[in-house]
Design a protein around this ligand. Structure first.
Ligand SMILES: Nc1ncnc2c1ncn2[C@@H]1O[C@H](COP(=O)(O)OP(=O)(O)OP(=O)(O)O)[C@@H](O)[C@H]1O
Length: 252
């Protein structure tokens, strides 16, 4: 069996989108026969390479817009990169992020089945886990309500409960640990620790450096889509903090 759960090499991804239009000025330009290119590009990932061993828990840190969520979406096969290779050596991958993998018109119960089946479980296997999932998520009788009626906190609790009880081999977590009330935050950290002890591979994106330091074996620091550093958690976090402080001084 391959020692690595995830192998990423020279990954590049650029978002292309159109600038939002101001209807008045657009009509004026049309009347005047002027044409303008409104296409914008954001290079979200630049030549990103790293490897994650099976059973490793890796934190991904970096400022706003650094490319962290984009990276998880590429690992989850939601986005195709423009160039580079991504090898995820396991079929059982779950992206835990707000909105990912949910059908909002369907009841919560159907969403549990959907995600379980997508992760390769049989209907019976999902059925056996329903009580545990509902109990852990605390959504109680709302289980038959459509997901669109759920608050952000309830959705994240449900996503977390599904992932932790169905137990994919590779779990990608995008900032979801910070959502929910204090009691749920404590419960969810405990669950993550359990998964770590069971040797699941976890990629955890968070702005909470204490959580990252506490839970992760290794940290990957992204800045403007580039890998600035990767290595032992406390070292990389110190480098990142020094960088942030230096930037603050330069701004002052
Ligand atoms: N769907 C999209 N279309 C266009 N640009 C996007 C899209 N998604 C993200 N971006 C841009 O790509 C860059 C990386 O975004 P991404 O969400 O991956 O960063 P992040 O590190 O997760 O940020 P944050 O910590 O703020 O959540 C940003 O400049 C962002 O504005």
């Amino acid at each position: 069996m391959n020692k690595y759960a995830i192998e990423v090499q020279n990954l590049n991804l650029t978002y292309s989108f159109m600038n939002s239009m101001n209807i008045k000025s657009e009509i004026l330009k049309m009347v005047q026969g002027r044409r303008e290119h409104r296409k914008k590009e954001v290079h979200a990932l630049r030549d990103v390479s790293f490897k994650i061993e099976r059973g490793e828990v890796i934190g991904v840190i970096g400022g706003n817009g650094a490319g962290k969520s984009t990276l998880l979406k590429v690992l989850a096969n939601i986005y195709d990169p423009d160039s580079g290779t991504v090898k995820v050596n396991d079929n059982s991958v779950f992206l835990m992020s707000l909105g990912a993998g949910f059908q909002h018109e369907l009841p919560a119960l159907d969403n549990i089945y959907l995600n379980g089946l997508l992760l390769g479980l049989t209907r019976k296997e999902v059925e056996d886990k329903i009580n545990e999932i509902v109990e852990f998520s605390g959504i109680g009788e709302c289980i038959n309500n459509p997901l669109k009626s759920f608050s952000t906190g309830m959705k994240s609790r449900l996503a977390f409960s599904i992932a932790c009880n169905i137990k994919p081999n590779i779990l990608l977590i995008d900032e979801i640990l910070g959502v929910g009330d204090e009691e749920f935050k404590v419960k969810s950290r405990e669950k993550i620790r359990e998964l770590i002890l069971e040797d699941r591979t976890v990629v955890l994106v968070s702005h909470n450096l204490n959580t990252i330091n506490e839970l992760c074996h290794k940290v990957l620091w992204l800045q403007n889509g580039e890998v600035m550093s990767i290595g032992e958690s406390s070292n990389v976090i110190s480098e990142y903090k020094a960088f942030v402080n230096k930037n603050k001084e330069n701004m002052a």
